[in-house]
Design a binder for this molecule. Structure first.
Ligand code: BT5
Length: 326
């Protein structure tokens, strides 16, 4: 009911009487008044006048289904589940994926209590200044072909940031979103699969949006950055998330159509890895080499100093001069 009232107020864009709303929705005027107060508690600014009724003025920047607009018929984000606080959006996305939720379901949280990075690392996401979300996918693909989905996700993110804010980010293979050598965001892709069959994939994305430097834990303060720190002003999380979801729908369709080359070309445009000297931690060994390109399955091709060309699908790479490798 609350959301139906909000929809009417937004569509009207001028004063509408409590009576008209109550008639349209077949509820009492007291009920309308109660729901309007709840909307105000949610952060909406709604003006009221005893003579004219109610008028919608401003929405809060909460990235939930009320504030994220996506094109009609889009599957990514057709269902958006928003939480004030959660352990990890990836955990919840995996839970509902196991229970059979639809392809494209998105889980967003204002805060995560145990946000995760890769291989057991922590992801600091204890403030609602960031954008923390996970997308459930059900691709008809072989597990070994999935790596390109993470690359496609980073393309969706950097293109959306460029389109909505005019900020050009870099991507460090495979999943770090970088500005000025500092980490703006990361992607954690997890899957449930059997040999030859993927049950689901969860793509978890974290983007530092409106944090100031002091929001970051001391340990990551030197290497983390937010969009606000870069742009000098607060950015709209709902706008950006809407744009990422729409871009993701497009690149994901590309993946299904086998347009890996096009996606990798777009990824390479933003890469801060290709052509650089990198250090690879791979199967308990360390190699130094030059990152040459990304193969069509998403693996990084590195010409190592020992003369061997290695194709890296997982593990760690550090780029010389970036986040630690100097
Ligand atoms: C990542 O891991 O970069 C993947 C991060 C994915 C986070 C999203 S949020 C929504 C979804 N739900 C989750 O629980 N996770 C996903 P990795 O490459 O392992 O990088 C982790 C490292 O980044 C840490 O060890 C820190 O050094 C650094 N770090 C942690 N929090 C950060 C932050 N907010 N900004 C920048 N760097 C951070």
């Amino acid at each position: 009911m609350k959301n139906q009232i909000l929809k009417i107020l937004k569509e009207e864009d001028k004063y509408i009487s409590g009576e008209d709303i109550s008639k349209a929705l077949n509820v009492s005027r007291t009920a309308v008044w109660k729901h309007i107060n709840e909307l105000r508690k949610d952060g909406y600014t709604i003006e009221s006048s005893s003579k004219k009724g109610y008028r919608f003025l401003e929405a809060p920047d909460i990235p939930d289904k009320r504030e994220i607009s996506i094109p009609q018929g889009q599957m990514i984000g057709a269902d958006i589940q928003h939480f004030d606080e959660i352990d990890s959006t990836n955990n919840y996305a995996k839970k509902i994926a196991n229970e059979g939720c639809a392809h494209g379901t998105v889980v967003v949280a204002e805060k995560q209590t145990t946000g995760r990075g890769r291989i057991g690392r922590q992801w600091q996401s204890d403030t609602s200044e960031g954008i923390w979300f996970s997308i459930v996918l059900r691709p008809e693909m072989k597990p070994e072909d999935l790596q390109v989905i993470t690359l496609a996700a980073s393309v969706a993110v950097v293109e959306a940031i460029e389109e909505t804010l005019g900020i050009v980010c870099g991507i460090k293979w495979p999943n770090d979103i970088i500005i000025d050598g500092k980490k703006l965001g990361g992607i954690l892709t997890e899957l449930s699969a059997e040999p030859g069959h993927v049950n689901y994939v969860v793509v978890g994305i974290g983007i530092n949006a409106n944090q100031d430097l002091e929001h970051f834990d001391y340990e990551i303060r030197q290497k983390a950055i937010s969009l606000k720190m870069c742009k000098g002003e607060t950015v709209s999380r709902s706008n950006l998330l809407g744009s990422i979801l729409t871009n993701f729908e497009e690149v994901y369709k590309g993946v299904l159509l086998g347009k890996n080359k096009e996606i990798i070309d777009r990824w390479t445009k933003y890469s801060v890895t290709i052509g650089k000297e990198v250090k690879i931690a791979y199967r308990n060994m360390e190699y130094i080499g030059t990152a040459q390109s990304v193969a069509s399955d998403g693996r990084l091709i590195v010409q190592c100093k020992d003369g061997v060309t290695r194709e890296i699908s997982a593990g760690e790479i550090q780029v010389r001069g970036l986040l630690g490798y100097t």
